[in-house]
Design a protein around this ligand. Structure first.
Ligand SMILES: Cc1ncc(C[n+]2csc(CCOP(=O)(O)OP(=O)(O)O)c2C)c(N)n1
Ligand SMILES: [Mg+2]
Length: 359
């Protein structure tokens, strides 16, 4: 058991794989070599997609892009600890996890191009669409897990949000519901140290974010979010607790947003290069590579082959997304199961003015 052994009120943090790729004693077998290889592949795909998407946004081929680099371990290893029956409620910076769940890269690019077609397959994968209004997805996550409990399902829900979201009312309301109704929920906080330009230190005076769970009557655990082993272990255990009817767990993944907040942001204005360099030394992707190399499971040749494969996947996904036409009606039809009156009126107006002029 790891969750109860790390006290968030004391700032204790679970770390299994250090920045040099060394595994702490007693943790062999938490992830088998094949698991680590699979995680490394998807993290690499996510990292390379990041580079491509940033370049595409600069070329005007994507609307806005939300960089993912630095958070791949937290995203991938948390999803890897779940079953395909479990629901995933994303925020917007967990790409490696969506891909592991089976989301198509083409759909990710469609979403980023403002094409609602990209969200249509998500429910089949037991995923809700990406959620940009900060914190609004957290009550949804609790609601889904409450339904799972009422239906007697064995599945659970993981809901992702950032450090900034913990200052939103929805976070506290959802945590309270989860604690009272003992819902099978994992509250997964990606603490990437920044909420746009607001540093973690100004977000809350709590020592850790994980300790907020204590006030709602369930455990919170702080883990090294750049360590696939720690994230996997904590998520696996939180999922087991939830399945056993023990209620929610909050996980705070201590990580870092290496890039800008979005393509409309310039981090030079509010943080130092020293800070960025310090965190680059803790990079989650190269940490896994070091682990694999130490075990003779990886080399430059394998890296080149993986990168070539990822390049191909990315180029195909981009080509497919760019040739998919828009269905502007989706703006009206997609959001609600039944269109509310106001939207119906706007839809009628749209049809009588702009409708039909799209390509
Ligand atoms: C309700 C709401 N308020 C403000 C914003 C503008 N906004 C977009 S991202 C963001 C910061 C979110 O920080 P955090 O929760 O730490 O997530 P991160 O972007 O770091 O992944 C803000 C304030 C928003 N999208 N929604
Ligand atoms: Mg943040």
């Amino acid at each position: 058991m790891v969750i109860e052994n790390y006290d968030p009120l004391k700032g204790q943090m679970l770390q299994v794989l250090d920045a040099e790729g060394n595994l702490a004693q007693g943790f062999d077998g938490v992830l088998k070599n094949d698991d680590v290889l699979k995680l490394y592949q998807v993290m690499t795909l996510s990292r390379m997609t990041d580079k491509k998407a940033l370049a595409m946004q600069r070329q005007g081929r994507l609307i806005t892009y939300i960089p993912q680099s630095g958070q791949e371990a937290a995203a991938a290893a948390s999803v890897y600890a779940l079953t395909f029956e479990d629901w995933i409620v994303p925020a917007f910076r967990e790409m490696a996890g969506w891909l592991l769940r089976g989301a198509k890269l083409k759909d990710v690019f469609l979403y980023l191009r403002g094409n609602e077609q990209g969200s249509k397959n998500m429910p089949k994968l037991r995923m809700t669409p990406l959620c940009v209004p900060i914190g609004s997805q957290i009550p949804h996550g609790v609601g889904i897990s409450w339904a799972q409990k009422l239906k007697g399902e064995n599945s659970i829900t993981i809901v992702y949000f950032g450090d900034g979201a913990t200052s939103e009312g929805e976070f506290h309301e959802a945590m309270n519901f989860g604690g009272v109704f003992k819902t099978p929920t994992i509250f997964f906080c990606m603490n990437n140290q920044w909420a746009i330009s607001l540093p973690r230190s100004l977000q809350t005076s709590s020592k850790t974010l994980a300790q907020k769970a204590v006030a709602y009557g369930f455990p919170g655990v702080l883990v090294d979010g750049n360590d696939i082993f720690a994230v996997y272990l904590a998520t696996k255990e939180a999922a087991e607790r939830a399945r056993q009817g023990k209620g929610p767990t909050m996980i705070e993944a201590y990580t870092y947003r290496q890039g800008p907040h979005t393509t409309a942001d310039d981090p030079r204005k509010y943080r130092s290069t020293e800070e960025e360099e310090k965190w680059l030394c803790k990079d989650p992707v190269s940490r896994v590579r070091k682990f694999l190399e130490k075990r003779d499971l990886w080399d430059d040749k394998k890296q080149a082959a993986l990168e070539a494969e990822c390049d191909k996947i990315i180029e195909e996904a981009v080509a497919e997304a760019e040739k998919t036409s828009y269905i502007p009606e989706d703006i009206f039809k997609y959001h609600y199961a039944e269109m509310p009156q106001e939207l119906q009126e706007q839809f009628e107006y749209f049809k009588s003015t702009l409708g039909g002029q799209h390509g």
